[in-house]
Unconditional design. Structure first.
Length: 267
């Protein structure tokens, strides 16, 4: 979907982030995970392709399982995660630690992004990664001028002065996330349009439909949520697919203090 910078800023100022599943990124510099160019590979085991065990060892076929199926979205709930800063694209479209922009009324701000990786002792959802693509220095007037970066740093127990500028605030965030600290997050399913439908609604000047909350999606006879639904709109019937988004950040231990369990939200 193509949007104007003003529209992007206005939309982003209303939400602290939009989270989606992402795959583990491959190395972008052509170097292996074992090390860069010239790395000592003496301890890396060499696979013997003539080893007969490669051909004779048996395994379960699991033919009823589809390896190409899209896994279900992370359920709505409270999750323990580790976070790290994620680079964004600057005004020239180049990778950068942060991006500078301004609102429609000329207020300047900066934004970066973060990745949150789920820590799930049960193993079922462990390692799932969500991304928040808009972590900014922009006060949200609808939420008491709350600032996303300030709130997240507060959850990490970073004490900030009453007054601060964007450069210093970003620097504090980069330092605080360098060690990949832990936080708790709330997640919620967000049903959105395909890119083709998004562009169709934008060209028609119509507001795009969205559905928030796993409980708003259909269920199977076994009570399992289905992350897809169809909706009637002014532009006809459209299909919405659910993705999990980060809907809030909290200090580690806050769920327990509130009498909540980490994991999927109870129905």
């Amino acid at each position: 979907m193509s949007t104007t910078p003003a529209a992007t800023a206005a939309a982003a100022s209303e939400d602290f982030g939009h989270a989606i599943y992402t795959d583990e990124p491959a190395s972008g510099d052509g170097q292996s995970a074992a090390g860069g160019a010239g790395a000592d590979l003496s301890d890396v085991p060499v696979l013997n392709l003539d080893d007969p065990n490669l051909l004779t060892e048996e395994f379960d076929t699991n033919q009823d399982q589809n390896p190409y199926a899209i896994p279900p979205p992370l359920p709505d709930g409270r999750w323990l995660v580790k976070i790290k800063q994620r680079d964004v694209k600057d005004q020239q479209g180049q990778p950068a630690r942060y991006k500078k922009a301004q609102t429609r009324d000329g207020r300047p701000y900066a934004s970066t992004a973060l990745d949150a990786t789920v820590i799930d002792p049960s193993g079922k959802w462990d390692g799932i990664q969500l991304s928040d693509y808009f972590v900014s220095t922009l006060p949200n007037a609808r939420k008491g001028n709350a600032i996303p970066l300030c709130w997240i740093l507060g959850c990490l127990k970073v004490q900030l002065p009453p007054k601060i500028n964007a450069v210093t605030l970003l620097d504090e965030f980069f330092k605080a996330t360098a060690s990949e600290p832990q936080l708790e997050i709330d997640t919620v399913w967000e049903g959105g349009l395909s890119q083709d439908d998004q562009e169709r609604f934008e060209q028609a000047g119509e507001r795009q439909p969205r559905v928030l909350g796993q409980h708003r999606f259909p269920q199977t006879a076994k009570g399992e949520s289905i992350p897809d639904l169809d909706m009637d709109t002014k532009l006809g019937k459209v299909h919405l697919h659910a993705r999990p988004r980060i809907n809030g950040y909290y200090p580690v231990g806050s769920a327990k203090a509130a009498g909540m369990e980490l994991g999927p939200r109870g129905k």
